[in-house]
Design a protein around this ligand. Structure first.
Ligand code: HEC
Length: 168
């Protein structure tokens, strides 16, 4: 399941934005972030999103929840240990993705950007724990939380992204 389909999927289960408290506006200017290591931030934000964050999140969104198709309702959750371990790994990548966003050269400010990035990492940890204990409901909730963080950050920094995803 991709970011754009996740958007259509969530309201079905009644999830709203969970991070309302984080959505205060920021002053737009990029804050000074000190660089003490040689981080290579050559990947653009767009590449990071498309090739790192989205695949990481997809690794758990695609196996969390239920779909309705011609066979009726079907569970998407893993049915094997290997499948669950894949979700644990995807969640770990979401955890680290949050860190990648905070690197000097990437972070757009020291304020809301950092809150969203940390929120992504924390939701990733919840997904990891849920997958490790095979807890489907917690995994679904953590997946919804991850989605909410993605959307909230886009809403703050590039609202065009969310509207782009709803219109197709
Ligand atoms: C800390 C802020 C932040 C978080 C968290 C975040 N994004 Fe983004 N995302 C952005 C910004 C900024 C852009 C615009 C990048 C650009 O086009 O320069 C973007 C763009 C995107 C795009 C569009 C890329 C394109 O084709 O232009 C996708 C897809 C995306 N993000 C997916 C995700 C997913 C999935 C998550 C959560 C797992 C996520 N993002 C979390 C800030 C964030």
């Amino acid at each position: 399941m991709h970011f754009k389909t996740m958007r259509a999927f969530l309201p079905l289960f009644g999830f709203g934005l969970l991070l309302g408290a984080c959505s205060e506006s920021v002053d737009g200017g990029a804050a000074q972030v000190s660089a003490e290591a040689n981080y290579d931030t050559t990947l653009t934000m767009q590449e990071l999103m498309l090739h790192v964050l989205e695949p990481a999140a997809d690794g758990l969104w695609s196996t969390a929840g239920w779909v309705e198709d011609s066979d009726g309702y079907r569970e998407l959750y893993p049915t094997t240990d290997e499948g669950w371990e894949h979700v644990v790994a995807s969640a770990a990548m979401v955890v680290e993705s949050g860190n990648l966003l905070t690197l000097p050269g990437r972070a757009l400010d020291n304020d809301a950007w950092m809150i969203y990035s940390e929120g992504l990492t924390q939701a990733g940890f919840r997904a990891m724990a849920a997958a490790a204990t095979r807890n489907k409901e917690d995994l679904f909730q953590a997946g919804a939380d991850i989605y909410s963080v993605c959307s909230a950050c886009h809403q703050t920094y590039d609202p065009e992204i969310n509207s782009r995803f709803t219109s197709d």
